[in-house]
Design a protein around this ligand. Structure first.
Ligand SMILES: Nc1ncnc2c1ncn2[C@@H]1O[C@H](COP(=O)(O)OP(=O)(O)O)[C@@H](O)[C@H]1O
Ligand SMILES: [Mg+2]
Length: 327
């Protein structure tokens, strides 16, 4: 194991690379079969995932996210292109590169007849982590499975299994943790606790990469988002910038008295009366000033109980970008 990996995850040192993961023109074509033609799943992906980030790979099903992850994990052979993990080229130093990354695969693959403790110990053994350095109990505690340490995996709920997979991916304290669709089949409450854990790992220095087709998930968790569609990156920037790209907001006015129709003062705006007491105005911040909206409200003499401005969310950006036809 190279020196940079023997340190605990994420202790950023001078030797730590700026990019946790860097790929250049990564391509993958799955060979065809008698029934299916060859499939070009990745059409030249170039990405640099900054050290210390929580990075989202967002895209619809079939976009190529798992293919990308599985190439990094050494589970799928790329067709062409370059990839390095923690500065280590996956072709030149496959083993070291693999040691720098922990992958939580999309499919749950736990042996039902082992206990969480046994599963973590086996995995640690596979990665050559000496017994004295194993963090089995701390890991189980971190993912909230301390009291299930000796239960058979088959008796764990879906959410517990998912968290056990996260612990399993962390046994060798990799500086980079990748989660492929981590909340598929996980209920809302467990999702929150999983996220809390992921954030904690990130605070402790682990670079997190997660793939998802849930927009809220990426929006809530990731500082940077790459949107992948049909095997290509169609956008890649900070979550904030991505959201800022969309020139659309809405003003929601809650009224104190019923309205029968949209007041004439709002004729120039895209305004709708959603209920007799709820007026919603869509507007483009680049064209409409809030003062104009307030002016219309005053002119209409509305009895306003509450007022809120709603930012556009990632869903809008996502739809805009993925609706574009494949090149
Ligand atoms: N082993 C495989 N053989 C052939 N085609 C595959 C294989 N794995 C994935 N694909 C195809 O490659 C494309 C990308 O799949 P995948 O990487 O799983 O996307 P995602 O994870 O974004 O849903 C899809 O069209 C999928 O059907
Ligand atoms: Mg996938």
């Amino acid at each position: 194991m190279p020196d940079s990996l023997s340190r605990s995850a994420g202790t950023a040192t001078d030797s730590a690379p700026a990019a946790a993961i860097a790929v250049t023109d990564l391509r993958k074509t799955y060979a065809g079969t008698a029934k299916a033609p060859p499939k070009e799943a990745l059409k030249g992906i170039t990405l640099s995932i900054p050290r210390g980030s929580i990075y989202g790979l967002l895209g619809p099903n079939g976009a190529g996210k798992s293919t990308f992850i599985n190439i990094l994990a050494g589970l799928v052979n790329k067709t062409s292109g370059k990839a390095s993990i923690w500065g280590i080229d996956i072709d030149e130093h496959a083993r070291s590169a693999r040691a720098a990354i922990g992958i939580v695969p999309q499919e749950l693959n736990l042996d039902p007849f082992f206990t969480p403790r046994e599963i973590l110990d086996l995995q640690a053994g596979l990665y050559g982590v000496p017994k004295a350095e194993r963090q089995t109990d701390a890991l189980l505690e971190a993912v909230g499975l301390k009291d299930k340490a000796n239960a058979y995996a088959r008796t764990l709920s879906g959410g517990m299994r998912r968290r056990l997979m996260v612990a399993k991916a962390m046994v060798h304290a990799p500086p980079v943790l990748v989660l492929d669709e981590p909340t598929a089949g996980v209920d809302v409450e467990l999702r929150q606790s999983l996220w809390a854990h992921v954030r904690e790992l990130n605070r402790a220095g682990t670079t997190i990469v997660l793939t998802t087709h849930y927009l809220e998930e990426a929006q809530e968790l990731c500082d940077t988002i790459a949107i992948v569609n049909h095997g290509q990156v169609v956008a890649c920037e900070s979550t904030e910038n991505l959201l800022g790209r969309l020139d659309s907001k809405e003003m929601v006015v809650t009224l104190d008295a019923d309205l029968a129709t949209v007041p004439p003062a709002f004729a120039a705006f895209d305004a709708k009366l959603e209920t007799p007491r709820r007026l919603v105005v869509h507007y483009k911040p680049s064209e409409t000033r809030v003062a104009d909206l307030l002016g219309a409200m005053a002119a209409a003499g509305l009895a306003v109980k509450d007022l809120s401005m709603v930012e556009s969310d990632l869903e809008d950006v996502f739809l805009q970008l993925t609706r574009a036809p494949a090149a």
